[in-house]
Design a protein around this ligand. Structure first.
Ligand SMILES: CC(=O)N[C@H]1[C@@H](O[C@@H]2[C@H](O)[C@H](O)[C@@H](O)[C@H](O)[C@H]2O)O[C@H](CO)[C@@H](O)[C@@H]1O
Ligand code: ZN
Length: 292
């Protein structure tokens, strides 16, 4: 029985998503003795690219061992974030990374994208019944940026909350997002850079993600977690190369940018907020706002 007063469940598709999208928030809550953080990761990330040359032969088309390697990366990332309760959906290796949308790997019978929704959701519902989270965090219906495993993680999470509802009511379900205002700043910052992650995009509005201020419900400013988030990102070295834009941004603008993460509230009652941006709307500053 988890006896922490506050319990939050994060559901992510691959090892690396937890650190990229919610690493600062997870580190913040994991450091609070009154909050229990649970992470469920849906696949081992077997179909990922490999940015470490020495690991190249682990790729799916050769030794097909990247998934096992990423288990270790995720364990190191969780240690950096202070997250002690990590589970694999249905057990390690139950669901395979589906690869990017439209690839033949989507049709692998073991791919998460091919999973039976109710069966996968039943695995997650077991975690919901055990953990009894007041707050659950995953992606929106587009999976944040359209990756099939992210879309499936959204669907499985919504269904699992339904399946578990006879035993436990989740008070608030959030989707991860990023503020378009911050993307616009990064867009301009990298315009002159040789390593511009936005090089293929004409306008910030053309990105498949990014929320206007009025579409955002919570802004978590996890002050002081930047180094832990950076350590977690570095742990995913097979996926996130040392020259990645997130590291460049932290080096050039400081860690503070990595410590702010945004969420939209999908279900539940929005708690009290604060106006943190000049002329902007009031945003929650705690995902448990209005609860315990
Ligand atoms: C952050 C995330 O969801 N990463 C996924 C994603 O990785 C992308 C993929 O390797 C693509 O080929 C690259 O061009 C892109 O830069 C990567 O972000 O998809 C992988 C395969 O499903 C997955 O393993 C990885 O975790
Ligand atoms: Zn992912």
């Amino acid at each position: 029985m988890i006896d922490a007063a506050r319990r939050i469940l994060f559901v992510h598709a691959h090892p690396d998503d937890e650190s990229i999208g919610t690493g600062a928030t997870m580190a913040l809550y994991a450091a609070d003795p009154g909050t229990h953080v649970t992470l469920v990761t849906c696949t081992l990330g077997e179909e990922g690219e490999i940015h470490v040359p020495a690991l190249a032969q682990l790729e799916a088309a050769q030794a097909d061992q990247l998934g096992g390697w990423r288990i270790a990366e995720l364990n190191a990332a969780c240690a950096a974030l202070g997250v002690e309760d990590h589970r694999w959906l249905g057990g390690a290796g139950r669901y395979r990374d589906s690869g990017m949308m439209g690839l033949p790997t989507n049709d692998n019978p073991r791919a998460f994208w091919s999973a039976d929704l109710d069966e996968a959701a039943a695995h997650l519902a077991e975690v919901v019944r055990e953990v009894r989270p007041q707050v659950v965090v995953t992606y929106d219906a587009n999976g944040f940026y359209g990756h099939p495993d992210h879309i499936q993680a959204h669907r499985v999470t919504v269904r699992a909350i339904e399946l578990a509802s006879a035993d436990h009511t989740v008070d608030k379900l959030y989707y991860t997002t990023v503020a378009r205002r911050d993307l616009a700043e990064m867009f301009d910052h990298f315009k002159q850079s040789a390593e511009n992650p936005f090089a293929e995009v004409e306008r910030v509005e053309d990105l498949p993600f990014g929320a206007k201020d009025e579409e955002i419900d919570a802004r978590i400013n996890a002050t002081g977690t930047g180094e832990r988030k950076l350590e977690a990102l570095r742990a995913h070295a097979s996926q996130i190369p040392g020259g990645d834009w997130m590291f460049t941004l932290a080096a050039e603008l400081g860690e503070a940018g990595l410590e702010v993460e945004y969420y939209t509230l999908a279900t539940g009652k929005r708690g009290p907020g604060t106006r943190t941006v000049e002329g902007g709307p009031e945003w929650e500053t705690d995902l448990f706002a209005g609860l315990v």
